[in-house]
Every structure is written in C-alpha cells, then in structure tokens.
Design a protein around this ligand. Structure first.
Ligand SMILES: Nc1ncnc2c1ncn2[C@@H]1O[C@H](COP(=O)(O)OP(=O)(O)OP(=O)(O)O)[C@@H](O)[C@H]1O
Ligand SMILES: [Mg+2]
Length: 248
C-alpha cells in the first residue's frame, strides 16, 4: 500500500521549459527512497513539490490518501534538510533544534530531553551554545539534520544533506540517518549524487531522467537489471551490444 503518492506531476518554472513531466512515484510507509539522476533532471524540484515550496501545474501529491497538493509548507509537518534551507542565524544550536518543538508547545522538560538526545546522536552535544556562523559547513549540516529529526516528522526530505562532510563523517552520518529513520519508521526521500551512498542507504531507488522516473526498484535490481540504456549508463555500465540484423 502506498503511503506517499505523487501522481502525474507537471512542473514548469516561469511558464517556460517543463521540468517535471507527468512524474509518478509511490512510496510505502517507513521506506527510504532515493532520487538519483544527472544534474538538472528534477530531483530538487520533486522534493520542492513534496515539501510544498512549489505547487505543480497539474497532478496530485497525497499522504495516506489525503490530498496535500495545496496545503502550505508550514502545515505539512515534514522534516526538511535542503542545502538552501538555512538555520536561524540569531539562534544558537540548542534553540535552532528546539524551535520546532517549541512551536508544537511541548513542555520544557520534554523539549530538553529530545534536544539533548538528538544533539548527542548527531555529535553536536558540545556545540549547543554555538551560533551557526561560528560553525563549519559540516557542523551546520548536522544541526539542520538534528532540527529535522527532532520533531519525528511523518516525512523526511533530504537534499544532499551530507555534501559538506568529509568521507568518514559522511559514512557515520548516513548510518545514523538510516538508524534513526528505521527506528522511528520515518518515510524518507533522499537526494544524493553519491551512488555508493545511495545504494547503501536506500530501500528503493528512483532513477530520474529529464523530469520522469526511468526506473523505480531496489538497489540490487537497478544495478543488476537496469530497465533502460539510460539507467545502465548512468550507473556506470559502458559496453553495450547493439543487436541488429548483422547479428542474426
Ligand atoms: N527557480 C527556478 N527557476 C527556473 N528554472 C529552475 C529553477 N529551479 C530549477 N530550475 C531548472 O529546472 C531543472 C531541474 O532543476 P532541479 O534543481 O530540480 O535539478 P536537480 O536534479 O536537483 O539537479 P542537481 O543535481 O544539479 O541539484 C533545471 O534545468 C534547472 O535549471
Ligand atoms: Mg538539486
């Protein structure tokens, strides 16, 4: 049973080139699905539609059968880590992470327990009083992740959330994301350029090409049984046999 559904989504920026072309995607509850594809194919745009930053020209986005296509961002209750989705510069790390819980009017002790726990998980316990401008890019990314995870959202949207981290930290953080995601059963859409990261973390992978999904399958099947030449080439196969009349 699908939990999150994108149905026949069309998006055009400035009434010009069509960026998403009747895109369809069905994600089950608790699944981690990655969007993989070349630069400009529409991955971030897809996440923007799901987050509610843009409304599609046509098509429907729904969760659990409820049509959310026209529901504004702040009413969707999703955890979002976009590269452009900045931290609040005037709040320290603790308050940045606590923000969503305060908005939800949790009591002080509950907030403190949840914030301390997630800061610990993200390796930020000692940074609780720092302000964003006093931190490295990778540390800020982890604050953004902590802020998204702490509200235990029903949907988590991650657009290159680990791009500023060094290799070792990146592997640790991706294991943490996976662990927390599984523990809390959060349905997740993940965008990465790193294929190894994508294949290791995902339950399923959607390979995108020019505004459509070419193949949606498990990492094993994408790798072992690519449906199209585009998918095969994208994941790195280089030799193709052309079966034409001469072969008969
Ligand atoms: N605000 C915008 N206005 C006009 N065109 C846009 C806008 N945002 C994105 N585009 C165009 O839409 C297309 C899809 O962009 P999108 O950001 O979704 O790609 P992407 O798959 O996330 O790429 P990348 O891997 O480089 O992040 C691109 O051709 C891009 O130039
Ligand atoms: Mg992008």
């Amino acid at each position: 049973m699908a939990y999150m559904t994108l149905k026949d989504i069309d998006v055009r920026y400035d009434k010009k080139k069509q960026v998403l072309k009747g895109l369809n995607l069905e994600v089950k509850e608790g699944e981690l699905v990655s969007l993989l594809g070349p630069s400009g194919c529409g991955k971030t745009t897809t996440l923007r539609v799901v987050a509610g930053f843009i409304e599609p020209e046509c098509g429907v986005f729904s969760i659990d059968g409820e049509d959310l296509t026209k529901v504004p961002v702040h009413k969707r209750n999703f955890g979002i880590v976009f590269q452009s989705y900045a931290l609040f510069p005037h709040l320290n790390v603790y308050d940045n992470v606590a923000f969503g819980l305060k908005m939800r009017k949790l009591d002080k002790e509950q907030i403190d327990r949840k914030v301390r726990n997630i800061l610990e998980v993200c390796g930020l316990a000692e940074f609780d009083h720092r302000f964003p401008q006093q931190m490295s890019g990778g540390q800020r990314q982890r604050v953004a992740l902590a802020r998204a995870l702490v509200i235990e959202p029903k949907l988590l949207l991650l657009d290159e959330p680990l791009s500023n981290l060094d290799a070792k930290l990146r592997i640790n953080m991706r294991m943490e994301i996976k662990r927390i995601q599984k523990k809390l059963g959060i349905t997740t859409l993940f965008v990465t350029h790193d294929q190894e990261e994508c294949f290791s973390i995902s339950d399923k992978v959607a390979v995108m090409n020019q505004g459509v999904i070419e193949q949606f399958d498990t990492p094993e099947n994408i790798y072992q049984r690519p449906d199209t030449e585009f998918v095969a080439r994208f994941i790195g196969f280089e030799n193709f046999l052309t079966l034409n009349k001469a072969c008969k």
